[in-house]
Design a protein around this ligand. Structure first.
Ligand SMILES: NC(=O)c1ccc[n+]([C@@H]2O[C@H](COP(=O)([O-])OP(=O)(O)OC[C@H]3O[C@@H](n4cnc5c(N)ncnc54)[C@H](O)[C@@H]3O)[C@@H](O)[C@H]2O)c1
Length: 251
């Protein structure tokens, strides 16, 4: 018996990095996974990999910051699978720059995708999760806990993700929903490679970004914890928690 046999899971940001690793892990453990992202070719590649591994998955293009696309995903999920057991929000964007250089547009984009997108997904999912006694795992960041030099908008968006997840946890605990947050530190993904740093940085701040143990984490390091939290078997009494996966950097 696998931990997610018979479960329907939805994963945003499933084309790449942490979201992809989570989708693959949940499917490997028996879930049928509806993979969501804006990057079409890579999304299909995730589904192909899951199927090659013997798992079950399908995909839909969905910009999580677009409410009509989000609503469409839930209509599709219910029509196709009849329920939703697990929602993992991993879709995210980052832009690093000096706080004074962050434009209105950059601020809005990061808040729209990371925070409002997570809110849209959670809001639409909650009635279905009440029905299934399901749960949510939101991917926040250690920047929500300790700030991020050159990441003012990103850290603010992740602070919001952590807070909204705890709010869902307390508001819906008595209706059987659990909601937990995972805060990764430095993880080896496209976001990590492409985030870049602005010119004229203060190098003394960089140890706050780099992993203390000398290497970046793997997406699968995060996926293992997400699977534990999302599992009824192992996570049933874990609710409103915020778990750090950063090799000890934040401590
Ligand atoms: N990599 C890290 O070091 C790190 C650290 C802490 C937190 N995180 C968080 O982990 C999550 C996953 O990031 P990752 O590192 O795997 O990055 P990634 O770039 O590999 O994956 C992010 C995915 O989100 C998708 N996406 C972007 N905008 C979207 C939108 N509007 N709608 C739907 N999908 C969208 C991208 O296409 C991509 O596939 C993010 O929320 C990120 O903030 C990452």
């Amino acid at each position: 018996m696998n931990r997610f046999d018979g479960k329907i899971a939805m994963v945003t940001g499933a084309s790449s990095g942490i979201g992809q690793a989570v989708a693959m892990r949940l499917a490997h453990e028996g879930a049928t996974v509806l993979c969501l992202d804006v990057a079409a070719a890579a999304l299909q590649a995730t589904v192909d990999q899951i199927r090659a591994d013997g798992g079950h998955a399908s995909s839909l293009l969905c910009d999580v910051s677009n409410i009509s696309q989000v609503k469409n995903v839930f209509s599709h999920c219910l029509a196709q699978y009849g329920k939703l057991d697990v929602l993992v929000n991993s879709a995210g964007v980052i832009r690093l720059d000096h706080a004074t250089n962050i434009t209105d547009e950059t601020w809005q984009k990061i808040i729209n995708v990371n925070l409002t997108g997570t809110f849209f997904m959670c809001r639409e999912a909650i009635p279905h999760l009440v029905a299934s006694k399901g749960n949510i795992v939101n991917i926040s960041s250690t920047s929500a806990i300790r700030g991020l030099p050159y990441g003012i908008a990103y850290a603010a968006s992740k602070g919001g993700v952590s807070a909204l997840t705890k709010s869902i946890a307390v508001e819906y605990a008595r209706q059987g929903i659990r909601a937990n947050t995972v805060c990764p530190g430095s993880i080896d993904t496209n976001m990590q490679k492409e985030s870049g740093l602005p010119k004229d940085i203060d190098w003394q701040l960089i140890p706050r970004i780099a992993s203390i143990n000398g290497h970046v984490g793997k997406p699968s390091d995060v996926a293992s914890l997400v699977a534990l939290l999302a599992s009824e078997q192992d996570g049933s009494h874990i609710n409103g928690a915020e778990y750090i996966v950063d090799g000890g950097t934040t401590v």
